[in-house]
Design a protein around this ligand. Structure first.
Ligand code: CA
Length: 475
């Protein structure tokens, strides 16, 4: 159990413990060609900044309640694949009210008791387990809900969290052997019914082990297991009886393990995210794989090139129509404010604009610090308008290189109440300035927009520099 992430919109957990790798035997590599693996990102913040994956055959897993068919179309028209997160193993958060599609799935703003396991059990705190026995009211309802809802998302795929042969928590241990058998049978029954309801062309992957495979799935997800345990996993990923196109996804423990996983037979997509707010930069070139119709999806580029680099070179320093004052820190630091850090202005060779940049140094406590450019009158919003923001960032000290930084856009009422917060892509700080972006569609006219840069995994001595902050209305 490396870590856990919980957000209001979606969450994930380790679904298969490290115990799986403890019994190793020598497995013959199955006779399945190892195709090139593709970039995968988890985007549980439901950021719209995911067009970097609009290439054959990039994959984006979006969080609960993500509804943006136009954006999904753009990504998939470019050859990418969007997967909708669905959790049928556990109900909704007990301390929250479900809305929209989540309420429709779980039977109301609160979980419908008829859909829950009896006695109540928790595989994840705060989310009671569902009644996953074969043909249960929950199984029938969830399949029917997904059948009617899924096409409205325009997505090609479904990411079924947690579903597999078994669970890996005390909840499982507390179940009798007959309860466990019923759960495992229900898991399989659910997938069979879902496949029958959706037909052969929807890509369905499940985040857990399926020791004997499952011909109704396109593949599995391997979440944070060391590549040294690949012999264990290839008995699943290398199977030839998955629904085509095969999609076996890996969330590597580190970027250093990505290349190793890319060589494992049957592995088609790789991320190295340690948290799933995302999205993250593509870690691999895009190489076309067979698509859901059995043909290669999208239009193949003449030669797969490392993603993003060419686009970055063309990125404007400051957005046209910038609404923010003092974007370049040449004379002033205001109106930026710091949180858990000290802020100063300094000369920097290689400044993206002018000669001065701003720098924040971590002062603790915790492992996160941030700078915020509070809402300005000049940056007041128009409802329905789309805004984009950009900043340039780099590590301000040696031990900050490799740390994650996230760009956040917030919309606030005139009195400061938070209306929405949208996270842009998390990027890795390097020695060179690189852009971070975020976009937001304003909900209320007259609301104020603010931008924030947040560094995680902070420790003493960390600092980052930033410059050329701009915010502009797109439409
Ligand atoms: Ca500057």
């Amino acid at each position: 159990m490396r870590y856990r992430v919980r957000t209001r919109t979606a969450r994930r957990r380790i679904s298969a413990t490290a115990a799986i790798g403890t019994v190793l035997a020598t497995f013959a590599v199955p006779a399945v060609a190892s195709a090139a693996a593709n970039p995968l990102t988890f985007n549980y913040s439901n950021s719209t900044d995911i067009l970097d994956y609009a290439h054959p055959t990039g994959a984006v897993v979006v969080g609960r309640g993500f509804k943006n068919p136009a954006l999904v179309d753009r990504i998939q028209n470019g050859g990418g694949e969007v997967y909708q997160y669905v959790n049928v193993v556990e109900g909704y958060w007990e301390d929250q009210n479900a809305t929209g599609d989540q309420a429709a799935l779980y039977g109301g703003s609160k979980n419908n008791p008829a859909f829950l396991m009896k006695p109540t059990r928790y595989n994840w705190p705060g989310t009671p387990m569902t009644d996953l026995r074969p043909g249960s009211p929950w199984v029938l309802h969830a399949v029917e809900h997904i059948r009617s809802w899924f096409p409205t998302t325009h997505s090609k795929g479904i990411f079924l969290d947690v579903l597999g042969d078994r669970l890996w928590t005390n909840a499982w241990d507390s179940m009798s052997s007959s309860e466990q058998a019923a759960w495992t049978a229900g898991s399989k029954d659910f997938v069979a019914r879902l496949r029958a309801a959706l037909g052969p062309n929807v890509i369905i992957v499940a985040n857990n082990i399926w020791e004997k495979g499952n011909p109704n799935l396109n593949g599995i997800v391997i979440e944070h297991h060391p590549v040294s345990n690949q012999a264990r996993w290839v008995t699943m990923t290398g199977r030839s009886d998955w629904t085509k196109p095969v999609r076996n996804m890996v969330i590597a423990n580190s970027t250093g393990e990505v290349a190793g996983w890319a060589k494992v037979a049957g592995v088609t997509h790789i991320s190295a995210q340690s948290s799933y707010g995302g999205p993250a930069d593509p870690l691999l070139p895009f190489s076309p794989l067979p698509g859901a119709s059995g043909v290669v999806s999208g239009t193949a580029p003449p030669a797969p090139a490392p993603a993003a680099a060419p686009r970055r070179a063309a990125t404007a320093v400051v957005l046209r129509g910038n609404l923010l004052t003092n974007p370049s820190f040449e004379k002033l630091l205001n109106p930026w404010t710091s949180w858990r850090g000290s802020l100063r202005r300094r000369a920097a060779s290689g400044a993206p604009q002018g000669k001065q940049v701003a720098q924040i140094t971590f002062k603790g406590p915790g492992a996160r610090y941030a700078v915020t450019r509070p809402a300005a009158k000049g940056a007041s919003a128009t409802a329905g308008s789309r805004y984009t923001a950009r900043a340039w960032v780099r590590a301000g000290s040696k031990n900050t290189v490799g740390k994650p930084i996230t760009f956040v856009l917030r919309e606030r009422t005139r009195t400061g109440g938070l209306v929405q917060e949208v996270k842009g892509r998390t990027v890795t700080l390097t020695k060179a300035f690189r852009p971070v972006n975020g976009t937001l569609t304003a909900q209320g006219t007259g609301n104020r927009l603010e931008v924030s840069l947040i560094q995680d995994r902070a420790r003493t001595g960390n600092s980052f520099q930033f410059d050329a902050i701009s915010l502009a209305r797109l439409r």
